[in-house]
Design a protein around this ligand. Structure first.
Ligand code: A3P
Length: 341
């Protein structure tokens, strides 16, 4: 039997919401907060929160859980490839191979979904409206095993039996690089369409006003589960430092039993330059063509550096960021982030 979502969803105060709506052009329908964490989502989330909370995972699912911009896409390509016989010749796009469970909550009504996905939905669900069912939710539900599922939702908002059912790879990244990356991302994608500069973005970040945050709330949820046998906790910086070492850890955790040579193939296949060169890994070209990405911004797969933040943060921004770190010190001091690799 389905359980109701156990947290309160409240509409953001107009005094906070209206200024945001002027700078993030996609937030026409408003924003909600999940209480007591203060987690921010576009208001469409209210329609789906129950469904995510009751989503039935399968034993052979692997869930990739991250705060946005912490290495999700890299891991999706790595894990999908490792779990699918090191198939480096697939012609399927990554978001088809590794569905994003809560994407329906992030897309405002102004965005036209990819028509072939809608057509396939209509064929499977005659008479049903994908906006009510959730296009991406349904795709995730129907995906064949073994599923490699992407989520930015924290543990608390997914089925409480998640870790009794399947494996979760949680990945995080130092918050300064994550913030720079999120800035570029939110300027790029039409489901946010941020039109301000970096200093303004840092201001929203430090007020925990950005969607899919607060960052530290998300990290605290992952960190609390890091020793669970069904969780592998990874740092983006460790992957940058020594990808083969991290691939071996993944191989162990996922029981994929790949040879050293196969792991090297995976490492090469998922190098940033190779992922950027493949439309099946990087959606930038296709999404820009159909108007889902803003032209002239940096691509979805961007620099892939650790420490790039240092050319964005002025001393004033560093001071602001530090204040925010101090506010969250009870979590921040627990997690050994590295700021340059
Ligand atoms: P930057 O914007 O700093 O370049 P997510 O997939 O969670 O949205 O994370 C996106 C970040 O991971 C981006 O960081 C992106 O460039 C980086 N990334 C994507 N693929 C990568 C790869 N194969 N190797 C290293 N970094 C990668």
């Amino acid at each position: 039997m389905a359980s109701p979502f156990p947290f309160e969803l409240t509409r953001m105060e107009r005094s906070e919401e209206e200024p945001l709506q002027k700078r993030f052009l996609a937030y026409t329908e408003g924003l909600v907060r999940v209480q007591p964490s203060g987690y921010v989502m576009p208001s469409q989330y209210s329609k789906f929160a129950d469904k995510y909370y009751n989503f039935c995972f399968r034993e052979d699912d692997v869930v990739i859980m991250t705060h946005p911009k912490c290495g999700t896409t890299w891991l999706q390509e790595i894990i999908w490839t490792m779990r699918n016989g090191v198939d480096i010749n697939t012609d399927l796009a990554l978001d088809v191979r590794s569905p994003f469970i809560e994407f329906d909550s992030l897309e405002g009504p102004h965005l036209k979904p990819f028509q072939p996905t809608v057509d396939a939905f209509n064929e499977r669900n005659p008479g049903r409206d994908h906006r009510d069912v959730g296009l991406h939710l349904e795709v995730t539900m129907r995906a064949p095993s073994p599923r490699t599922i992407k989520t930015h939702l924290p543990f608390a908002y997914l089925n409480p039996n998640l870790l009794d059912t399947c494996k979760v790879v949680y990945c995080t990244r130092n918050p300064k690089d994550a913030c720079v990356s999120y800035y570029h991302h939110q300027r790029l994608v039409r489901c946010t369409e941020f039109i301000g500069d970096f200093a303004e973005f840092v201001d929203y970040w430090c007020q925990d006003l950005l969607t899919q945050g607060p960052f530290w709330f998300h990290v605290s949820e992952g960190w609390a589960q890091r020793s669970h046998p069904n969780v592998l906790f990874l740092f983006y910086e460790d992957m940058k430092e020594d990808i083969l070492r991290e691939l071996r850890r993944l191989d162990d955790f996922l029981n994929t039993a790949l040879t050293e040579r196969q792991l090297q193939t995976v490492a090469n296949h998922t190098k940033i330059s190779n992922m950027k060169a493949r439309g099946t890994s990087d959606p930038t070209e296709a999404a820009t063509r159909i108007g889902r990405f803003v032209e002239g911004e940096e691509g979805f797969i961007r620099k892939g550096e650790s420490g790039g933040w240092s050319s964005y943060f002025t001393p004033e921004l560093e001071a602001k960021f530090q204040k925010w770190m101090d506010k969250w010190a009870h979590v921040a001091k627990e997690v050994p982030f590295r700021y340059k690799v």
